[in-house]
Design a protein around this ligand. Sequence first.
Ligand SMILES: Cc1cc2nc3c(=O)[nH]c(=O)nc-3n(C[C@H](O)[C@H](O)[C@H](O)COP(=O)(O)OP(=O)(O)OC[C@H]3O[C@@H](n4cnc5c(N)ncnc54)[C@H](O)[C@@H]3O)c2cc1C
Length: 413
Amino acid sequence: MSLPWILGTPTRPVKHAVKAKSGYTNPSWIKFMARRIHIIVAGAGAFGGWTALSLLERGARVTLLDPWGPGNSRASSGGETRIVRCAYGGDKNYTALAARSLTLWARYESRWKQRFLHRTGVLWMASSQTKGFERDSLAVLREEGIRCQQLSEKQMQRRWPQISLSGIEWGLFEPDSGYLDARSSCQAVVQAFIAAGGEYRQAAVLPDRLEDSPGKAMTLSDGSRLSADVCIFACGPWLGSLFPHTIGNLIQPTKQDIFFFGTPPGTSFTSESLPVWGDHRGHFFYGIPGSDSRGFKVADDTRGPRFDPTNGKRTVSPQTLRSVREYIAFRFPPLKDAPLLETRVCQYEQTPDGHFIVDRHPGAENVWIVGGGSGHGFKHGPALGEMTAKLILKDRDPSPIWRMSRFQNTPKK
Ligand SMILES: Cc1cc2nc3c(=O)[nH]c(=O)nc-3n(C[C@H](O)[C@H](O)[C@H](O)COP(=O)(O)OP(=O)(O)OC[C@H]3O[C@@H](n4cnc5c(N)ncnc54)[C@H](O)[C@@H]3O)c2cc1C
């Protein structure tokens, strides 16, 4: 049996192995072949961790690398919580991906006997300023059979009197959505990966000559060299600096400030009484009511200034704090003078169109780039990992919506 990707530098390794022997189409053969493949995944955030686990579960040998650990404080997947929702305006791709992820989150929770998904519901407050996001979402959610409710202003006021609904005409409520534990779920994914036989190393891939000879042996921060049949780079906001010619400015890290406010005693501003919410009034504000007694989380989704994910100063801007305070005084009047308990600075890894990148490196077919979460990637981790693993092991091309060719006229520098 000839295994070309083991004998030499492969181009399209799986295609040569599986498709050339087209008689072998049964899943156990594909699994057997996949087991021979060694895959390196660089980056153990929401994208890399789930992709590594998914590849391992499908029989590949996988080495996962991360310099600072899954869900570390520099990573875009760091911090306590992330929103999970299926409403995506008229975009059926993301609605379907989020719905698949919800299924997978629940499946892994029950397998691991751990809880990460908190189904508090997600409330979208709709006004004439929302440019149809809620109306389009409602249509897609109904079409896809995802549970949702259209609420009148009166119904919302009865249910959540803590919210001042000034300027809000109606609401879209997703009862099965809510929020996810971020850092702890990234850690659980890597624990499961190791328990299932994956190799995890706390080391960085050095950028040296990565762009010039992608797919060749790479140097790690501990001085060792590593090569594999397939390499996946899921390094979030670091992808532009690792691949300056291929990615460069296509993924821009932007500074995002997060605030946690102290709530009055009791539960009226915790997730027992309030859902996760989103409000497109003016800027898009969103929040997660007091999870884990941490305080009322509020953030402005406006893309902040460019940010260095390794050495950037993680202190919030006074202007953003002022605008967030004005906002909560307007929308949640009892929190007008709420004390600021904690702050956090994270970074989005923003693509020009806000869509993810899942594609081969143009210079090496055995190198994949997975990233560009653009402020909404976390929830999709399980389904994106599953999709990426299938693409790689079945040697399929990604859908045009994920490919880098869509940016062919966008300057990378
Ligand atoms: C403030 C904020 C709020 C957000 N809110 C939501 C939300 O509510 N819902 C939602 O779905 N999404 C949300 N997102 C987006 C989501 O968190 C990200 O899109 C997602 O976590 C990105 O995951 P990633 O794995 O691509 O990147 P990361 O989590 O950044 O992972 C990349 C990993 O690569 C590692 N790495 C870096 N350099 C190297 C190297 N040289 N070699 C090896 N490894 C390396 C890093 O240590 C890191 O662990 C939010 C993001 C932020 C910042």
